[in-house]
Design a protein around this ligand. Structure first.
Ligand code: BG6
Length: 484
């Protein structure tokens, strides 16, 4: 049984139902499945199915078996804060359980406003919904708290009803194929791991830039901003995957233990570190694809004098033997020049440059991992220029996923739902990871709260504020924009 709270919302229609349908179509969803969509509105089953069907048709090309799938989908009108409503949900669940032969397996998906997370889990327990002979699992969307203290409180409340191993905290970046590939590239190839440390790597850059603005999410975004919306989760998760030690096995506990170690070794940030190593920005008006766009403060449901950052870049240092001294530069923002999620690993220069006179440098060797929209990997090397003499020129070995393969790549949500149904929590955030990332982000927020920023400080359609360029040039580096 998959019970989705918030089933009439955007996430359910854009991601969850299309992903579940695709899993069903590919035979990756048990035939013994029933999906209850929960919402506040007064829909009949038929009305709800019609809407879900339309969303699936809008998102999935091949809709073979759609009608069959729809027979597994049900609507349940429910007020999450009404205790009695859970008793009815229990009865309905039991009824579908015997109709579909579900053996008491229950997955609860909370795709709803976070202020209800705790209430729902409390009632799931008190109503008896979690007392089941099969498995019970909780999938929970972000934001998980708004700082360490609130995350701790929420975690405590949820843990009254679910054990840590039953909680699947979603970070959709961990479902992306190329993010999952970071680990494979590192640990399935002999050529990277020996170089993967402070002896050979000068810096690592992790960027997630978006062209879109805040769209219709101003209300939520005002309470979060780029630091909590992107850095606390997606950006630091990518850093953890890039920096972790090889796990002793691919077992979920072993992998997550290594990630936790990295996150625990993030260099603690004092006020001075934040001031010098972190840059915040907010987009002003500008041009995107030849069209003028408004600044953040003019967006819907955003305060005229909002101090919410829509851009963050920073230098993250990891205090351990492997990484001491190597900056991990992270950067994320809305209304930037291009949509790109990319990792660039920049290697140190060879010990002695034989090819140029003293003051000239060889180009850096780079390993570029393209996560989105292009998916692939490239290696940038120096080779002999095709002329007499000894001049070198940069050459590139690249692999990019073929259009054919790309068509078959599944959405991050599909990967994650599949994992969760299998009971594999590897690509979900463990509480220990969250604890460290919140601690890190809280230190930045605390310092930022002391000073009113001069916003807006970057034009829409650019790479963010000038300070973000200076962050790297100070260290003798630059962002590898326009690299593939
Ligand atoms: C979400 C954030 O987690 O990630 C959004 O809440 C952001 O603000 C989105 O736009 C970016 O995801 P992706 O997969 O498009 O990079």
């Amino acid at each position: 049984m998959i019970t989705i709270f918030g089933a009439t919302g955007d996430l359910s229609h854009r991601k969850l139902f299309p992903s579940l349908f695709h899993l069903y179509q590919q035979d990756n969803l048990d035939q013994h499945v029933a999906i209850i969509g929960i919402g506040r509105r007064d829909y009949s089953n038929d009305e709800f199915r019609k809407q879900v069907k339309a969303s699936i048709q809008a998102h999935v090309k091949d809709t073979k078996h759609l009608d069959q799938f729809m027979e597994h989908v049900f609507y349940f009108k429910h007020d999450v804060s009404d205790e009695q409503s859970y008793d009815e949900l229990l009865q309905f669940s039991n009824q579908l359980d015997s109709e579909f032969g579900l053996e008491g397996n229950r997955l609860f998906y909370l795709a709803m406003a976070p202020n209800f997370f705790g209430v729902v889990t409390d009632y799931l327990k008190s109503s008896g919904l979690t007392k089941t002979r099969g498995f019970k699992r909780l999938v929970i969307e972000k934001p998980f708290g708004s700082d360490l203290a609130s995350a701790e409180k929420l975690n405590k409340q949820i843990r009254k009803s679910f054990k840590e191993e039953e909680i699947y905290r979603i970070d959709h970046y961990l479902g992306k194929d190329m993010v999952q590939n970071i680990e494979v590239l590192r640990f399935a190839n002999a050529m990277f791991e020996p170089l993967w440390n402070n002896k050979y790597i000068s810096n690592i850059q992790v960027t997630s830039s978006e062209v879109l603005g805040v769209e219709d999410r101003g209300g939520y975004y005002e309470t979060s901003g780029a630091l909590k919306d992107m850095v606390q989760n997606h950006m630091l998760q990518m850093v953890a995957l890039l920096a972790m030690e090889p796990p002793i096995s691919l077992n979920s506990a072993d992998i997550r233990a290594e990630k936790v170690k990295v996150l625990k070794s993030l260099h603690p940030l004092g006020a001075e570190d934040v001031r010098t190593n972190f840059v915040r920005g907010q987009y002003g008006e500008g041009e995107i694809n030849g069209q003028s766009v408004v600044g953040y403060r003019e967006e819907d449901r955003v305060a005229d004098d909002s101090d919410t950052p829509t851009f963050v870049s920073g230098k993250v240092m990891i205090d351990n033997f492997r990484w001491a001294g190597v900056p991990f530069y992270i950067r994320t923002g809305k209304r930037m020049k291009r949509k790109s999620i990319q990792v660039v690993v920049e290697f140190k220069e060879v010990p002695m440059n034989l090819y140029y006179e003293k003051d000239k440098h060889l180009d850096s060797n780079l390993l570029v991992i393209n996560i989105q929209p292009n998916e692939g990997v490239s290696l940038h090397l120096n080779a002999k220029k095709n002329v007499q003499g000894i001049e070198t020129e940069p050459v590139q070995l690249s692999y990019s996923m073929s259009a054919q393969d790309k068509m078959n790549t599944v959405d991050a949500y599909e990967n994650l739902l599949f994992d969760c149904l299998k009971g594999d929590a590897t690509n979900f955030t463990h509480w220990e990871e969250l604890k460290s990332t919140w601690k890190f982000v809280d230190a930045i927020q605390e310092e930022w709260d002391q000073v009113i920023p001069e916003f807006p400080n970057y034009k829409s359609g650019t790479n963010g504020p000038l300070d973000s360029e200076l962050l790297l040039s100070r260290d003798g580096f630059h962002w590898w924009d326009d690299i593939h």
